[in-house]
Design a binder for this molecule. Sequence first.
Ligand SMILES: [Mg+2]
Length: 275
Amino acid sequence: MFWPPPSLNLRLYLRFSFFITSILLEVLLSSFSHIKAILFDMDGTLRHNRPSYQETFFNIATRLGAPITDETHYQAKRWLHYYWAKSGELLSDQRVYADDSKAFWTNHARLLLSALGCTPDLAAAWAPKAFQMMNDEFKPQDWVPPDVHVTLEKLRAANYRLAVLSNRSRPFQEQMENLGLAPYFEFALHAGEAEAWKPEPQVFQRAVERLGCPPAETLYVGDNYFADVVGARRASLVPVLIDPEGLFPEADCAVIQGVGDLPELLRNGKNLSDQ
Ligand SMILES: [Mg+2]
């Protein structure tokens, strides 16, 4: 790219290349230096289900005889993120099954069996059984990875403003307190209160307005590319995607393995305590 034209001598060329490389490095390393606030997604980011919904469902689907491969496993996980990010299918299903939770989740089982590679007939035939088995077997516990607390301590010590923005329809302050998460955050906003759902920009705008921090100086950290990254961008926040399984190779933003990787990502832009 910087190969010198014949009229330039080598020393001048090297000096020029070093100058350009230094500028590029400076831009890269300072890309987070202006960040003053960090908003976090709740589910799948700060708090996880143990076992996860998909882990339990995929186990049930295998026992039913679904022809699961690594590829369909991967596609089904992507589909789950897509579906729950206020997709057209979700909105349609919420209208059709508005008053019938059992019918909604049976249909959801049918869609997920299809995403796992079942034929439409098999997915429809197995969906009621899969729904019933999920109802009987899926009893998850809340789990907060240990490095979440350590990381939030570091971020607070480094004077970042911290808050939570979730796509939940109801308040979850009590759960935040039970999990020991509440003291780190200025507030926890649920989308139901904003009457807008990720990836709609309005819900992100509501959160940054409450923080009183410009969107361009606010990170949004989440695990769903379709809801978190797309939505944060629409509202001019800086997205960071948590993607430990490489589900979103198309991600055009900073990607980390977990919340514990945030200090390293930010370190070049702002000093963080290593304690
Ligand atoms: Mg999430």
